[in-house]
Ligand binder design. Structure first.
Ligand code: ARG
Length: 466
């Protein structure tokens, strides 16, 4: 067993030409197994594909390949069940798996790393991981979007103010608002679902290898799109991770805005929504409080995700071409971003399935005469009568000022007021001062009409498989 002990130490495996033990401070900063053990499934899959290919290419004997594959399955089983015992010298997941493999199957384990470097290995592991990450997040987003679409269908014709500058602007439907979130999230879902990077495996340390590796075969077995065309790019680039994190950051930012709206809508001032007890939090001193902590954390957690994206970019900024250990720090960023986004989606779903919209309060805000939310309808009425829009805008602006002065709505002004503001304005304009009608007539593509919302919600539910 003395041979095994020597192999297990870094002095044996990676420091053949370097004398003595590594300084403990360097050892600590260099070691990444605690973080990158999360890549073990991808690492085992990559090693199995590599081993099979080495066999097919006649580089490894069939017997050795068989033992390696069986050994790798055993290592995987130990990692899966939690019985894997890490040794102090397990620098990263790649060395840990190889060390354990060799312990289990003996000298054939030492044949696996031919034509491969940890540089193409870790790049392959990470790109494979991104595929799974993309799917996990896309699936979670699908559930959330389906929930939003279902709630939108149920509120297709309920009126709610649309805000610009957080000031009441024009009436829309609640269903239209809910579908806006779906539209914002869905491009990120689709992109994450379609992540399919090229395979770095076979790029070696970054300069390829003289062995006749079948890179197309390993790429295909791993479900990656094709072999990366350039060995240097293959080991040096973290572009795929950057793009995935950009989509995570984009989705997280959308969820943070959703959180912000929930916070506003559940406030007494808005009163548009009420959180069920299961998603309300209390105060340690004020017995009456129902706080929207979950929605607030949606706002803040987005910072973790965009921070991870910024970190990943910063790690690569000005990094000379070729692999450098800086790149080891890519993984915490990826993992933290994934964890935060999945948690956010889960919380958003919990909040949205346990919130009751107060449709009466929303309607009251729309019809509140002091909001003048139908002023544009009035101007449009004049435009239909041939008045240039800018002239109509001025005339209605005058009427709004007058109505404000008297503390009434536009419909309460007299026919004489209308005529004074513009000769083309008469009593029939009151017909357009009806919010339900105003919204129902916005059947334009992308508009908030109930008929649109019903159609769109149905289409989304179908598309999302709900
Ligand atoms: N743990 C390393 C990483 O995450 C693996 C690659 C190490 N390569 C090297 N030449 N030291 O990047």
């Amino acid at each position: 067993m003395s041979g095994r002990k020597k192999d297990a130490g870094k002095a044996g495996i990676l420091r053949g030409h370097i004398k003595g033990q590594v300084h403990p401070a360097l050892d600590r900063i260099n070691k990444s197994f605690d973080v990158d053990r999360r890549l073990w499934r991808e690492d085992i899959a990559g090693s199995k594909a590599h081993a099979r290919m080495l066999g097919a290419q006649g580089i490894l004997a069939a017997g050795a390949v068989k033992k390696i594959l069986k050994g790798l399955d055993q290592v995987a089983a130990e990692l899966d069940s939690g019985t894997f015992v890490a040794l102090p010298d397990d620098e990263d997941v790649h060395m840990a798996v190889e060390r354990r493999l060799t312990e289990l199957i003996g000298p054939d384990g030492k044949r696996l790393h031919v034509g491969r470097s940890r540089n193409d290995q870790v790049a392959t592991d990470l790109r494979l991981y991104l595929v799974g990450l993309g799917r996990r997040v896309a699936d979670a987003l699908r559930g959330l979007e389906a929930l939003l679409a279902a709630r939108a269908a149920a509120h297709a014709s309920d009126l709610v103010p649309y805000y610009t500058h957080l000031q009441r602007a024009q009436p829309v439907t609640l269903g239209h608002v809910l579908l806006a979130w779906v539209e914002m999230l869905d491009p990120d879902r689709l992109a994450l679902d379609a992540v399919r990077p090229e395979s770095p495996l076979g790029a070696g340390a970054g300069a390829g290898t003289t062995f006749p590796l079948d890179r197309a075969a390993t790429a295909a077995e791993l479900g990656l799109s094709k072999p990366a065309r350039n060995s240097i790019e293959a080991v040096s680039s973290r572009r795929d991770a950057v793009l995935v994190l950009a989509h995570l950051a984009s989705a997280a930012t959308t969820l943070s805005r959703l959180g912000a709206d929930l916070v506003l809508w559940t406030s007494r001032e808005f009163g548009f929504a009420r959180l069920d007890d299961s998603v309300s939090t209390g105060s340690s001193i004020m017995p009456q409080k129902r706080n929207p902590d979950g929605a607030e954390l949606l706002r803040a957690k987005a910072a973790v995700v965009s921070g991870a994206l910024a970190r990943l970019l910063e790690i690569q900024r000005a990094l000379p071409l070729g692999y450098a250990k800086d790149l080891q720090e890519d993984k915490p960023a990826v993992f933290e971003a994934e964890d935060a986004v999945l948690q956010m989606i889960e919380v958003a779903e919990a909040m949205l399935s346990n919130v009751t919209f107060d449709v009466d309060r929303m309607r009251a805000a729309v019809v509140d005469p002091s909001g003048y939310m139908l002023a544009t309808e009035m101007a449009d009425f004049l435009v239909v009568r041939g008045v240039p829009f800018r002239e109509a805008y001025q005339a209605v602006g005058q009427l709004v000022r007058e109505a404000e002065r008297r503390g009434v709505g536009l419909e309460a002004l007299t026919d004489a007021d209308y005529a004074a503001a513009h000769p083309a304005l008469d009593a029939t304009v009151r017909r357009v001062l009806d919010p339900d009608r105003a919204v129902a007539r916005r059947r334009i593509v992308g508009g908030p009409a109930p008929s649109n919302v019903r159609r769109e919600a149905r289409a989304w539910s179908k598309r999302l498989g709900a």
